[in-house]
Design a protein around this ligand. Sequence first.
Ligand code: CTP
Length: 401
Amino acid sequence: MTKIAVYLTGSIAAYKGIEVVRGLQKMGHTVRVGMTDAACQLISPATLFALTKEPVLTDLWDEHATPIPHIELADWADLAVVVPATANIIAKMATGLADDAVSTTLLATAAPKIVVPAMNNHMWMAPATQRNLKQLEEDGVTVMTPATGRLAEGYDGKGRLPAPDDICQFVAAQLNKHQQLAGKRVVVTAGGTREDIDPVRFIGNRSSGKMGIAIAKAAAQAGATVTLVVGQVSVPLPSSPAITIRSVTSTEDLLATLTDEFSQADVLVMAAAVADYRPVSPATKKIKKQADDPHLTIHLTETPDVLKTVAQHKRADQLVVGFAAETNDLLKNADHKLATKNADLIVANSVAGVNGAFGSTTNEVTILEKAHLPVKWARMSKDRVASKLIELIRTKLKQGD
Ligand code: CTP
């Protein structure tokens, strides 16, 4: 069963958080608790300690706790649930503030997060709160909408904490969703390939690897066993027991690695930016400047189309997702790739100009699928694109069952 960290913050509904902890335990989950100072004003950490039989994290500086208590809890949890979540903790999460035990642990955890807000209706409707909630959703946090009803202030409004049973059911549904790729093997390619010109120079591209890495992480969070095949990237690689990393340099390397991996995969996602040409014969020594000729000609030859080659052997039970990086005629070009590469889905994105996908933390993609109209997704963080894509892949795999 799942290891769930429950964070209680200082809403008057904190006492209902106790019922949520009990409910999750009854479902068979292991629960540990973190509390803000304000939550400790409303209910006692001793109650949660007695119920969970685990130390309750309230202080970053507790000398009797483990040496780095917030990181220990952050790493332990498979899921983080903030219930009740005040406007304050939502604002901290949205901006990445880490000034107490709970906000610091939430910033440090890689676990999926569920936030269950509870507050006065005016605070709920405040533009700042709505902006922060939108940011949380963009960051891939799941927000449960509060109930409308009698508030602690004595009047009706939106902002009431839903019933503990409903919260537990919501958490169960999310967990289910998070485990939808359990038992599946997903291969994701990320970053750019490089082709040697000589021992010190290469032909490369501007791919940062962010999109592919986000997809690998989202697949692992959904319970899949992931192989991340990476070329050149400019961001840190994930470290997760569910993700095996295989590094490649050239397009030929990538083809060889995928030929090896593909038959055992249920899903292949080709997010890598692959060099289409390589020097015919890379120089074995550094190419020197020529005193009498300001020009240098490098003869290039086409590399294999990895996606097309690998996807030729696609079985009916396998799903292949390609990307299309375009600077112009996005839909026309992406549609051609869908028709010619034997992919089930093409994720088309623009790589032109300042709003282009290369290096950016956000992406605006259009999903193409045979016999379907293209579906444009709003601009969102690459993490959010990744989790939506994994959700789509899950639906497609289910349809194929
Ligand atoms: N791709 C591949 N092998 C190549 C080139 C691209 O497997 N030699 C894959 C990419 O990983 C991506 C898809 O094919 O999933 C489309 O890549 P893209 O660079 O957009 O297009 P190309 O096929 O290279 O075509 P063009 O450069 O003409 O747009």
